[in-house]
Every structure is written in structure tokens, then in C-alpha cells.
Design a protein around this ligand. Structure first.
Ligand SMILES: *[C@@H]1O[C@H](CO)[C@@H](O)[C@H](O)[C@H]1NC(C)=O
Ligand SMILES: *[C@@H]1O[C@H](CO)[C@@H](O)[C@H](O)[C@H]1NC(C)=O
Ligand SMILES: *[C@@H]1O[C@H](CO)[C@@H](O)[C@H](O)[C@H]1NC(C)=O
Ligand SMILES: *[C@@H]1O[C@H](CO)[C@@H](O)[C@H](O)[C@H]1NC(C)=O
Length: 529
């Protein structure tokens, strides 16, 4: 750096100073930084330096301090401090205003090591901060509109507005490019170069176009969360939100159709995707239409929340989540009164009910237990013809997470039976057993690799202290000393893992600690040494 630059930096005249002097977090998260935590895991200090953080929130800092003080174990406290603010610290790539409406806030959130915004990840990344989301004076629907926009509520609005724009533009797609207002260049996606997709999309706006039902559900969830916390219905009537809801309903509606019409004729799928690839899970069978389905009331999904292709297109957990948040989001539409199209809320409620019926009728299947007795469980995927995938994948929405996204209670007997099977090496082909970590994985990284995200969900859905402590202990020793949640970890060798910077998993770990702080504070007062 030349001396002249330093002078300008000191004078605060170079807005790009941060980019110049801050290490790339992909590299930063791969190395250990002092001071290490004082426990046996000696975990790295993984938060970027204050000047390099991408969003500052005094409320989050205060929550971090208060909750850390309630954690007795030094390693666990460090892991929480590193992970909880990770999205704010590292992933808020850009915030600003729409070029067509200066009242419309926009926020571009990256998933971590990839410079694109996923609908699912960005919604989940903000989920972590629900605990500190409150109504604020900076809402554009507030008559008193002061300037500082550094509120969590503003961040939620920015993501909701940008997601709405994405959905109006390309409702079948899952990951998107920065908005032109940001001045950021679109990211290259070599993997998508050979994709043949219908409906076609614009690569300047879309990073990848895998149709995943849970992406649509994520938008509704984020909207419903914001509404529940702020009661700010007016906000939803101001920008593209209603048009996005229309796009969501039309897209999901088109994907309820079966493969064959009444005369046996093949009904073309509203979405078709093929890719030149050596991985079976990166393309769809039947020339991109996916496996045949029979109409069930459920909505088809071409890909899973892992971005892997579904085996059978009625992905049960995604349908559960979509049904749940369609109903919640209908309350926003009601809140809009005559600003919303007539009949829209009723349409959402009815659609939600049809999906629930379909899940109950077709998504619950019999399995033969070890002693020969037959019991019923939720299948991960079905096709309406009787075929079912009995498994779970770590990515949320998973079957394991059904109580977390509020489809059912964790005491539900079918859920309890399903959960027992999913958490056993006999009942789930993607349950990884090992000396380091025992948990659910998936085909995305493959057998042998357990995903911490699923272990976090296991804690969130458990009432059993022994189970929670055991899983928490495994999570604590799963970070290879780096003090961050990884995407997957070798179940027998924690020094082998994938993705050093996976913002969603970090936030989810923090969310789980907040949950324990509220639900089972005695566990946080225990030593894990
Ligand atoms: C966050 O605060 C630090 C000072 O503690 C500052 O240097 C940094 O620029 C702030 N980040 C943002 C995005 O405002
Ligand atoms: C943290 O604790 C202090 C003191 O009890 C309290 O004033 C503050 O509101 C708490 N912060 C959060 C985010 O709960
Ligand atoms: C408007 O701001 C006030 C605080 O100034 C707050 O109490 C109120 O809830 C805000 N309204 C909305 C819709 O966010
Ligand atoms: C068989 O096992 C199931 C649990 O998997 C249990 O509920 C049932 O009572 C057992 N039946 C017999 C006949 O032992």
C-alpha cells in the first residue's frame, strides 16, 4: 500500500478501504486465530475484525454478551460467539435502495463462499435474528421516517423486497445474481453453462435455476416471520410482494399436475431441467421432466434443499413447509384488507389445506419393523403411485425439522416414529454412524459425511437432556479447532470436512443455543470438558 493511500484511508476518503485491507473470509475461516478459547478444544476467534464486518447491530452484540455469560463452558461460549453473528459479520454483501423507488430497501445476502443469493439460504440466514426483530421507525410504512437504517427490521425488508423481485422475474429459480443497483458484477457459474431449462432465464439475473419448492416456502416464511414480529402489514402492500405471492401460487399450482392426463396423454411438465454432468443428482430423468407423478394435492419439486435432484417429486418436508407458510402468509394478505386482491387469502388457505390432505393421505407410509410388525412413518418423497423414499437429508426442510418449521408438534406420534427411524443406521440410508459424530447426511456430499446442521435440528426437536448433551458434545468437537460449523464432517475423522464458510449453519447453531438458553438453561451451565 502506498503512503498516499494510507493518508486517504485515515481521512476516511476511500470507501473501498474495507475491501482492500480485509482478508477474504473464505481464507480467514480456514485458519486459526488467537486468542484461542481456554477449554480443551482451543477454538479459534473466528469473527472478522470489527472494521471488516458487513453489518453492525448493537442489539445482536448485547444478546451475544448476555447469552455468552449464561454459558459455563469456555469452548461452547466461543463457538456461540463465533457462529451466531456470522451472517451479519460476513454475508451482507450489499444494501441499498431500488432504482425505481427510493423507499424500497434492498439487501443482497450471499450464502458464504459463493457470491450469489439463494432464496432458501438468505431466508434461513435471517431466521437466526428473529429473536431481535422488532418494529422500527425506519419502516417505509411509518410516517416518521428517520435516517439510520441499521436495524434488523430493515435487513428483513431488504431481503423480502429483493426476493420478491427475484420471484416476479424467475419464480422457478433458486439462486440469484446481485441487483444492478449494487454495481456488483454477476458471478460466473460454470456448472450451469450446459443447463437446458424451461422456462428459460436470464443469466445476468439468475445464478442457477433449479426449481425447489422450499425456495418458495422460504419467501413465505421470511414474510410471515417479519409480519408476526412487526405487524407491519402496510409494508407488504407497497412494493412487489403481492405480485411475488401471485408468482409463487401460479408456479406451485402448475406443479401440482400429474404426468398423465385423463386419456393417458402425457401432460408436459411446467418445468424442465437437464445438465451435462457426471453426478446423477445434478440432472433430471425423463429428459428433464423428472420421475412421473400422480396428482395428490401436493406440489412437485425437481430438486431438494440440498440442490440435489429428487428421486420422487413429491418432496414431503418441502410440502409440509410450504403448506404451513402459505397459511401464515395468508394472514398478511388479510392484514392488507382491500389493498390485496379479493379472494387471495382464501386461495392460499385452501391451497394449504389441499397440500396437508395430500401429505396425510400419500406421505405417510407403512414400514416393517425389526420384529415384523408394521407401523406408519412419514416418507421423504413419494410419487402418488405407491413408491416412496424412506430417508432424510440433512438440509432443512427435512423430515426431522418438521416441528422446527411448525408443521406439527414434536410430540406427534407419526413424527416420533419417523424421527426414531431417521436417527438410526437401520432406518435411514443417510444416517452416519461414527466415533466423531453421529448424524444425518445426504447424497450431496455422500455417505460417511454427517452434517452438523442435522445434529442442530436434532437438538431443536428433542426434550431429552441426555440426547441434547451428547449431540452438543459432538458438535463442539466437530470444528477442527476452527470454531465454525462446517457443511459436513467425516463421522470418523473430524479433521475432514467441507465448506469453511457456511453462514446458514453457523446462524442455526446460534439459534439453537438461544433456544436452549430459553428452554433448558441448565444444559448451558454444564461443563463440556
Ligand atoms: C461496523 O463497525 C466498525 C467499527 O466498529 C466499522 O469500522 C465498520 O465499517 C462497520 N461496518 C459497517 C458495515 O457499517
Ligand atoms: C442484555 O442484558 C441487559 C441487562 O440485563 C439488558 O438491558 C439488555 O436488554 C439485554 N439485551 C438483550 C438483547 O436482551
Ligand atoms: C413506527 O415507529 C414507531 C417508533 O417510532 C414504532 O413504535 C412503530 O411500531 C413503527 N411502526 C411500524 C409499522 O413499524
Ligand atoms: C415391535 O416393535 C415396535 C417398535 O418398533 C413396538 O411398538 C411393538 O410393540 C413391537 N411388537 C411386538 C409384537 O413386539
Amino acid at each position: 500500500m502506498r503512503p498516499k493511500t494510507i493518508q486517504l484511508l485515515l481521512a476516511g476518503l476511500i470507501p473501498t478501504a474495507q475491501a482492500q485491507s480485509c482478508p477474504d473470509y473464505s481464507s480467514y475461516a480456514q485458519a486459526r486465530h488467537e486468542p484461542f478459547s481456554s477449554g480443551k478444544h482451543a477454538l479459534s476467534s473466528a469473527r472478522p475484525a470489527p472494521a471488516c464486518r458487513t453489518f453492525n447491530s448493537t442489539t445482536v452484540e448485547s444478546l451475544l454478551t448476555n447469552t455468552s455469560a449464561a454459558i459455563a463452558d469456555p469452548d461452547l461460549a466461543r463457538l456461540f460467539t463465533n457462529t451466531y453473528p456470522n451472517t451479519l459479520d460476513t454475508a451482507i454483501r450489499w444494501r441499498g435502495r431500488s432504482s425505481t423507488n427510493p423507499d424500497e430497501e434492498l439487501a443482497f445476502l450471499i450464502t458464504g463462499d459463493i457470491d450469489a443469493m439463494w432464496l432458501r439460504d438468505s431466508a434461513n440466514q435471517l431466521q437466526s435474528y428473529l429473536a431481535v426483530l422488532e418494529p422500527d421507525a425506519t419502516s417505509p410504512s411509518n410516517s416518521t421516517k428517520p435516517a439510520p437504517e441499521n436495524t434488523i427490521a430493515s435487513l428483513f425488508r431488504g431481503v423480502i423486497n429483493l426476493q420478491a423481485r427475484y420471484l416476479v422475474t424467475a419464480p422457478f429459480c433458486n439462486a440469484f445474481q446481485p441487483p444492478p443497483e449494487s454495481g456488483l458484477a454477476p458471478a460466473a457459474n460454470p456448472a450451469a453453462a450446459s443447463d437446458s431449462v424451461f422456462p428459460p432465464y436470464d443469466a445476468a439475473k439468475v445464478f442457477e435455476c433449479k426449481y425447489e419448492l422450499d425456495s418458495l416456502a422460504a419467501f413465505l416464511q421470511l414474510s410471515a416471520d417479519y409480519f408476526e414480529a412487526t405487524h407491519d402489514a402496510a409494508f407488504f402492500g407497497r412494493f412487489s410482494w403481492l405480485r411475488a405471492v401471485r408468482a409463487v401460487l401460479d408456479t406451485a399450482g402448475a406443479m401440482t399436475a400429474g404426468t398423465y392426463g385423463p386419456g393417458g396423454e402425457v401432460v408436459g411438465s411446467a418445468y424442465v431441467f437437464t445438465r451435462l454432468t457426471t453426478r446423477a443428482t445434478e440432472t433430471l430423468v425423463n429428459d428433464g421432466a423428472g420421475s412421473p407423478v400422480r396428482e395428490t394435492g401436493m406440489v412437485r419439486s425437481a430438486f431438494r434443499p440440498s440442490d440435489d435432484a429428487t428421486t420422487f417429486q413429491f418432496l414431503v418436508p418441502a410440502n409440509m413447509m410450504f403448506a404451513r407458510y402459505l397459511a401464515s402468509a395468508s394472514l398478511i394478505v388479510e392484514g392488507l384488507g382491500d389493498k390485496a386482491p379479493q379472494g387471495l387469502a382464501e386461495e392460499m388457505v385452501a391451497f394449504s389445506a389441499r397440500i396437508r390432505e395430500g401429505v396425510t393421505k400419500y406421505g405417510i407410509v407403512p414400514v416393517v419393523g425389526g420384529n415384523g410388525s408394521v407401523e406408519t412413518v412419514y416418507a421423504y418423497e413419494v410419487d402418488g403411485f405407491g413408491s416412496a423414499a424412506l430417508m432424510d437429508d440433512a438440509n432443512v426442510p427435512s423430515l426431522l425439522a418438521a416441528p422446527v418449521f411448525g408443521y406439527l408438534a414434536n410430540t406427534d406420534p407419526v413424527y416420533q416414529r419417523t424421527r426414531r427411524g431417521l436417527l438410526s443406521p437401520e432406518g435411514n440410508p443417510y444416517f452416519m454412524k461414527g466415533s466423531a459424530i453421529n448424524g444425518i447426511g445426504g447424497p450431496h456430499v455422500g455417505p460417511g459425511m454427517a452434517w452438523p446442521m442435522a445434529s442442530i435440528v436434532r437438538i431443536l426437536t428433542s426434550e431429552d437432556d441426555d440426547e441434547i448433551v451428547k449431540v452438543l458434545r459432538e458438535l463442539l468437537s466437530s470444528t477442527d479447532g476452527l470454531g465454525l460449523m462446517h457443511e459436513s464432517v467425516n463421522s470418523n475423522n473430524p479433521s475432514q470436512w467441507t465448506r469453511q464458510w457456511f453462514s446458514w449453519a453457523n446462524g442455526l447453531f446460534g439459534q439453537m443455543i438461544l433456544d436452549l438458553h430459553f428452554r433448558k438453561p441448565h444444559i448451558l451451565r454444564q461443563s463440556f470438558q
